[in-house]
Design a protein around this ligand. Structure first.
Ligand code: GRF
Length: 219
């Protein structure tokens, strides 16, 4: 089967990118995915070093060099298409994309968000989850729509919120879940097991039969 070609967009440390490299990078035999490009809007993003080390093509499209978001997005789009990517993966990419860019990658643009959407859209998700007193928190991989942190949900991972948690401990637990969830979700897409029906993503894989989770953690 032909590998799904993906471009990964980052802005920073790239720990999710690393999880993708570990699962689908050049050193992995029989990967269903080829990472054809890692694009960063920030020249100092550590993720660029991770990609270069793995032998993956990198490029910097610095948003500061553009007069507006439309021209910035057009420059990114051109790079992504020039590398032959079929799917665009946002892995800690911290710029809002224009509606035009998003429309050009309809159902071929995915994001990972550090909360169980539709709860806690936006930033500071771990602090807000603690403040709300939720018992489960987690992460979501979803197709991107123009409204921030919306779009068909492909996969979610839940983690317990512990009574002694602070933002760091909870954030670390969620990040570890992200590193497992993102490769899983992308693998399902690469294997053709994800369709969008209406505005819901449907997984066509018998292995994903559900069971309930309960969180009675005491102090
Ligand atoms: C992750 O928490 C991701 O969910 C969010 O940005 C963070 C990126 O972290 N979108 P990293 O750069 O992958 O380490």
């Amino acid at each position: 089967m032909a590998k799904l070609k993906i471009a990964v967009l980052i802005s920073g440390r790239g720990s999710n990118l690393q999880a993708l490299i570990d699962n689908f990078g050049p050193a992995v035999a029989n990967s269903p995915i080829e990472i054809v490009l890692v694009l960063s809007n920030r020249p100092d993003a550590f993720g660029l070093t991770r990609a270069a080390r793995a032998g993956i093509a990198t490029t910097i499209v610095d948003h500061k060099a553009f007069a507006d978001r439309t021209s910035f997005d057009a420059a990114m789009d051109q790079e992504i298409r020039a590398h032959g990517a079929e799917l665009v993966v946002l892995a800690g990419f911290l710029r809002l994309l224009t509606d035009g860019f998003i429309a050009g990658w309809h159902d071929r643009l995915v994001n990972i968000h550090p909360a169980l959407l539709p709860a806690f859209k936006g930033l500071k998700t771990h602090a807000r989850a603690l403040e709300a007193g939720v018992r489960f928190h987690g992460c979501t991989v979803h197709f991107v729509r123009p409204e921030m942190d919306t779009g068909p949900i492909i996969a979610q991972a839940a983690v317990p919120v512990r009574p002694e948690d602070d933002e760091n401990s909870l954030g670390g637990r969620v990040l570890a879940a992200e590193h497992r969830l993102f490769p899983l979700a992308l693998r399902l897409i690469a294997e053709g097991k994800v369709t969008v029906e209406g505005e819901r993503a449907v997984i066509h894989d018998a292995a994903f039969a559900g069971s309930a989770l309960f969180n009675p953690l005491g102090a």
